[in-house]
Design a protein around this ligand. Structure first.
Ligand code: 5RP
Length: 219
């Protein structure tokens, strides 16, 4: 199976985790695009979606799925479905390859469960091979980059990209993230960091991993 077929497989499997009659949180990316397409087939059985990006909102609306603003919620979402750039065996993730990390973390925070959908290439023993995305306030970018350099890493601005919130992204190479919770906590408090793409506090409740043998569930 191709990587795209594996993504479609896990996206379809995630439909079983959608709660009938409720809103579902929807992430961003090529795997999630497959999930949105699968969701369209059961759209009459859900109340609608809460989206983590302009891109996903547009795709949901094209399918006729109602999109509800995150700020309008008065109760938790039962489930949030999203992809990952890397996931380890504890459910800790790197996200933000599609620059949607801030809104993804906000919607994940509104949900009771995070169902990660990913092809098997995303599973790692230790996070950090994928460049860590960090959304930043522009005036702080050089100082934040220097902080990463002091940790032995290299931070570069993602050229030509601003997030849905109008901010740039730093991509950080050379980090070995052995303690994702501690590193997320540390980086989050640097002035000018909007969101770091380590999802440790908001780790996956379970991961549906697409493999050549079928869907493997990691808990
Ligand atoms: C977007 C994300 C995506 O979930 C991540 O980049 C995975 O994307 P894809 O499903 O296209 O491999 O974090 O900000």
């Amino acid at each position: 199976m191709t990587q795209d077929e594996l993504k479609a497989l896990v996206a379809q499997a995630a439909i079983e985790h959608v709660v009938p009659g409720a809103l579902v949180g929807v992430g961003t990316g090529s795997t999630v695009n497959h999930f949105i397409d699968a969701l369209a087939k059961i759209k009459d059985r859900i109340a609608g979606a809460v989206s983590s990006s302009v891109q996903s909102t547009e795709r949901l609306r094209r399918h006729g799925i109602p999109v509800v603003e995150a700020a309008a919620l008065d109760r938790p979402l039962p489930v949030y479905v999203d992809g990952a750039d890397e996931i380890d065996h504890h459910g800790y993730m790197i996200k933000g390859g599609g620059a949607a990390l801030t809104r993804e973390k906000i919607v994940a925070d509104l949900a009771e469960r995070f169902v990660c959908i990913a092809d098997e290439s995303k599973l790692v023993d230790t996070l950090g091979r994928f460049p860590l995305p960090v959304e930043v306030i522009p005036m702080a970018a050089p100082q934040i980059a220097r902080r990463f350099e002091a940790m032995g890493a290299t931070a570069t601005l993602r050229l030509g990209v601003t997030t849905d919130n109008g901010q740039p992204i730093l991509d950080v190479r050379g980090l070995k993230i052995t303690d994702p919770l501690a590193m997320e906590t540390e980086i989050n408090q640097w002035p000018g960091v909007v969101t770091v793409g380590i999802f440790a506090r908001h780790k996956a409740s379970l991961c549906l991993l697409g493999t050549a043998e079928g869907v493997r569930t990691l808990r």
